[in-house]
Design a protein around this ligand. Structure first.
Ligand SMILES: C[S@@+](CC[C@H](N)C(=O)[O-])C[C@H]1O[C@@H](n2cnc3c(N)ncnc32)[C@H](O)[C@@H]1O
Length: 208
């Protein structure tokens, strides 16, 4: 796993195994803020699923707005350990680190200052079925559809939809036609998200 400094100065990594970066090189921090938190107009006090938590930037960006509950879906301890090695420019990153330290000590739930973080460690396609609350917002950020098409299926989107409140919103950086079609078939209305660092918009999907 190679460390990369993206154009906004924030750190990401390249996965040799998958052949993909963890974030856009345009700016990892910007991606979390613009393509997820601002794209969904996140307000505090809600239930968020961060599907493919990685370095936890999207969760941190949401918690910077105020306390919320975040279910964090991740299946790789290596990237979680990286969180403990780096600094990231989010007010809540220390909280993310505390949560991850606790996870490595055997605690899946972290609660502080009105925030609740729940580690859903394992394959997100299975762990989604175990989520104990319904989400207002979903940040959906697997590696790219071309690299891991098995995480962008109608079935997985349907299982996510079933764990969301009606009117809840999902954000993802992909604008691939077949991904959007799978979202529609799974019960979402599909809208264009912001155009950040590329020519095409990201995607917002609203649970119908
Ligand atoms: C593109 S990165 C996400 C970056 C993240 N949003 C962030 O802000 O750091 C994709 C993440 O998905 C995780 N992942 C891959 N397959 C998974 C699976 N089946 N279930 C849960 N997480 C998975 C990877 O370990 C990686 O951390």
């Amino acid at each position: 796993m190679n460390k990369i400094i993206t154009r906004d100065g924030s750190i990401t990594y390249h996965s040799d195994e998958v052949g993909d970066n963890y974030h856009t090189l345009y700016g990892a921090k910007q991606e979390a803020i613009e393509k997820h938190v601002r794209a969904l107009d996140v307000v505090p006090g809600k239930v968020i699923f961060d599907i493919c938590f990685g370095l936890g930037y999207s969760a941190a960006a949401a918690l910077d707005l105020g306390p919320s509950t975040v279910y964090c879906f991740e299946n790789d301890e290596t990237i979680l350990k990286k969180i403990l090695e780096i600094d990231a420019d989010f007010k809540s990153f220390e909280m993310i680190k505390e949560f991850v330290r606790g996870f490595f000590e055997g605690k899946n739930v972290y609660e502080s200052k009105g925030c609740k973080l729940v580690m859903m460690f394992g394959d997100a396609r299975e762990k989604i079925l175990e989520a104990g609350e319904k989400a207002d917002y979903v940040f959906f950020a697997p590696f790219s559809p071309a690299k891991v098409p098995e995480l962008w299926t109608e079935e997985f989107f349907r299982n996510i939809r079933n764990k969301m409140k009606t009117g809840g919103k999902l954000s993802t950086y992909s604008y691939a036609g077949w991904v959007r079609e799978n979202l529609r078939k799974a019960g979402f209305e599909v809208l264009d998200g912001p155009i950040i660092g590329r020519r095409s918009p990201s995607t917002i999907a609203v649970a119908r």
